[in-house]
Write a protein that binds this ligand. Structure first.
Ligand code: NAD
Length: 256
């Protein structure tokens, strides 16, 4: 379905981003990966689909590095025709205890990076008359939790950015949408489960059940593969008139 298209997925060395990259590659897209950690493992997994793969290690808190990544994507693979803004971090503390440096990092990585990739990718998408921007927001883009002020602010912000830019793109053949996952068992959430287990002195499995029980009525994690199928749908012709939505896949979290 996506032969001849190039997808750039930020933060695609693990978790949801890697799931997105794999699913888009399986649909025939060329893929540019980004992120830290097990870079070689991620490249090997995506390459095993038969897709053409490139990687750029831009730190998504640094606009100049984002610009370099966008230039390299166009030069090496063309596009991007599909842009998945996924890189994200978390920090949990009350507002009064929130380290200023963590606030700035979360806003930069979880929100401003999407502004930078979009401002650089949208002109060529509009010129070609086709493009897909998929912003990975969160249930926390729709509702809040205590202790997550920076994350909730950034995720509400990215939902707003999605809506505004969707309107700007409305007649161009480019769509901009957000996906709002509930709990997904990735390294980002595993850290929160481990912290919860340590704080309460309970086994990790019990902390996992408590985390789900508190927010997610299905009591099941959403998987990166399920989210990636939604991204593939948003890239399809059937989704050509889906514009500016914040699509929850959260086991009922935000229906409550
Ligand atoms: P993860 O920690 O598994 O992956 C995060 C990715 O971002 C990694 O590839 C990491 O290397 C990359 N990254 C982090 N900082 C970066 C930086 N400065 N520059 C470039 N890359 C950077 O986390 P995940 O759970 O897969 O999260 C992916 C996205 O999904 C995030 O935006 C997160 O907020 C969102 N999300 C996750 C959940 C969940 O339950 N896991 C729920 C809702 C939304």
């Amino acid at each position: 379905m996506l032969q001849g298209k190039t997808a750039l997925v930020t933060g695609s060395t693990s978790g949801i981003g890697l799931g997105m990259a794999l699913a888009l590659a399986k649909q025939g897209a060329k893929v540019m990966l980004n992120g830290f950690g097990d870079v070689d493992g991620a490249i090997a997994q995506v390459r095993a689909t038969g897709a053409e793969v490139a990687y750029h290690g831009a730190d998504m808190s640094k606009p100049a590095e984002i610009e370099a990544m966008m230039r390299e994507c166009s030069a090496k693979l063309g596009g991007p025709d599909i842009l998945v803004n996924n890189a994200g971090i978390q920090h949990v503390a009350t507002v009064e205890d929130f380290p200023v440096e963590r606030w700035d990092a979360i806003i930069a990585i979880n929100l401003s990076s999407a502004f930078h990739t979009m401002r650089l990718a949208l002109p060529a998408m509009k010129q070609r008359g086709w493009g897909r921007v998929i912003n990975i927001a969160s249930a926390h883009g729709l509702v809040a939790s205590a202790g997550k002020s920076a994350y909730v602010a950034a995720k509400h912000g990215i939902v707003g950015l999605t809506k505004a830019s969707a309107l700007e793109c409305a007649t161009s053949g480019v769509t901009v949408n957000a996906i709002c996952p509930g709990w997904v068992l990735t390294p980002l959430v595993q850290k929160q489960i481990d912290a919860r287990a340590a704080a309460a002195g309970i086994p990790v499995a019990e902390a996992e059940r408590a985390l789900l029980g508190e927010k997610q009525p299905s009591l099941r994690f959403t998987t990166p593969e399920q989210l990636a199928e939604l991204a593939v749908f948003l890239c399809s012709a059937a989704a050509g008139n889906v514009l500016g939505v914040a699509w929850a896949m959260d086991g009922g979290w935000t229906a409550q």
